[in-house]
Ligand binder design. Structure first.
Ligand SMILES: *Cc1c(COP(=O)(O)O)cnc(C)c1O
Length: 379
């Protein structure tokens, strides 16, 4: 019998997306300009409660422009959380800058503030003072906001906040995306809301937003002909995609509730299974969208069951799961760059698994997941 695939994190339309896309067609704004773009940006700005937002065609583009806005140039050093998706680090290389990778700490799995400071001190001594710090809220869990900000300010280094996975997450009541000197969202297909592909750059000032839009639309000077004094990019979001985004904003909070319910489902499922820990926020200051629920498996306690045993058992039932992000300093393309830290990120990668977490998973999907887990661990 063929079983439907259960995805890790599938797109989930709310219902009014087509209405806004239709409006774009009706008004013939099939372009990277139009009402949906303006409204999607306004919706995001209202949601954040402060800050300015420019929507782009990917989160990666937003990171690239963010680094440019922070003044990163060829030859500069940029600090980057090692445990992340490669899209956090690639734009550093697009600019000809040099990434330096930093280990995670075990409570948020994000940038370790202690190693961060050690690295900065060492790099300054080597006359390679970092131009920016790229910090990530992995799986929607905020990084150590206060400690990272303290270190960044102590050495006057700006933070690029990769909030691609953390739309709707918050720390001490303030929304993720607004903590960095520049922030970034992604609306790719697997993220908490999707525009099929898309991203946003979040800036503290209207002037920086205008500058981001200028660079994202080929850096055209004011002139009747095409006049350019700077290198530009073609990074603006399409008015069609922005229509999807407007519809998705109407269901963002309900998507977050659903993902948080999935997290509760897994807490319950693994409660009595020794050797499996469901990743949770460290304390009540942290609010997370639980974009993905993740677990760590200790094979010394589970009679040898590893994250790979569980992944393959799920795959057998057509259920998608995935190891945690493989740290950048272990990636063939980045392994020759400097790394500071020990083996926390590496150990997380070796023992961790991301579980199906979509906001559109059904009770039946949950039962299928549950029966695989129980069969495996009750043997
Ligand atoms: C998804 C993601 C990105 C890239 O966003 P795209 O929209 O896919 O380009 C960057 N960083 C992290 C941590 C991500 O998860």
């Amino acid at each position: 019998m063929h079983k439907n695939k259960i995805w890790l994190s599938a797109p989930h339309m709310g219902g009014s997306e087509m209405k806004y896309v239709q409006e774009a067609f009706d008004s013939n704004w099939i372009a990277p300009v139009g009402l949906n773009i303006d409204c999607f940006e306004r919706d995001l700005e209202t949601y954040l409660g402060s800050h300015h937002v420019a929507v782009l065609n990917s989160g990666t583009a937003a990171i690239h422009l963010g680094l440019i806005l922070l003044g990163v140039q060829a030859g500069d050093t940029v600090i980057c959380q090692s445990m992340t998706f490669s899209a956090s680090a690639n734009p550093i290389l697009y600019l000809g800058a040099t990434p330096v990778f930093i280990d995670s700490e075990s409570e948020t799995w994000n940038l370790c503030p202690i190693v961060l400071e050690e690295a900065i001190v060492d790099l300054i001594a080597k006359e390679k003072k970092p131009k920016a710090i790229l910090a990530v809220h992995l799986y929607g869990i905020p990084y150590r906001i206060d400690e990272i900000r303290t270190v960044a300010d102590k050495y006057s280094i700006p933070i690029l906040e990769d909030s691609a996975e953390a739309l709707g997450s918050a720390y001490k009541g303030q929304k993720c995306g607004t903590f960095g000197d520049i922030g970034v969202f992604s609306f790719n297909g697997s993220k908490i809301i999707t525009t099929s592909g898309g991203g946003a750059i979040i800036t503290p000032s209207a002037a920086l937003k205008e500058r981001a839009i200028f660079l994202a639309t080929q850096a055209r000077d004011v002139a009747p002909h095409y006049q350019h004094s700077e290198i530009g990019y073609n990074y603006r979001m399409s008015n069609i995609s922005a229509g999807i985004g407007r519809g998705q904003m109407e269901v963002l909070d309900s998507h977050i509730s659903s993902r948080r319910r999935m997290h509760e489902f897994y807490l319950e499922l693994f409660r009595d299974i020794e050797g499996v820990t469901v990743f949770e926020v460290p304390n009540a200051n942290y609010f997370t969208n639980y974009w993905l629920t993740t677990i760590l498996i200790n094979p010394l306690v589970t009679n040898g069951i590893t994250r790979e045993t569980l992944r393959l058992a799920l795959e057998e039932e057509n259920i998608e799961s995935r190891p945690l992000w493989k740290p950048m300093h272990l990636q063939p393309v980045f392994c020759n760059y400097t790394y500071y830290g020990s083996a926390i990120a590496q150990t997380l990668f070796n023992t961790g698994l991301c579980l199906p977490s979509g906001s559109n998973l059904t009770t039946k999907d949950c039962s299928r997941i549950k029966s695989v887990v129980l069969q495996l661990f009750r043997k």
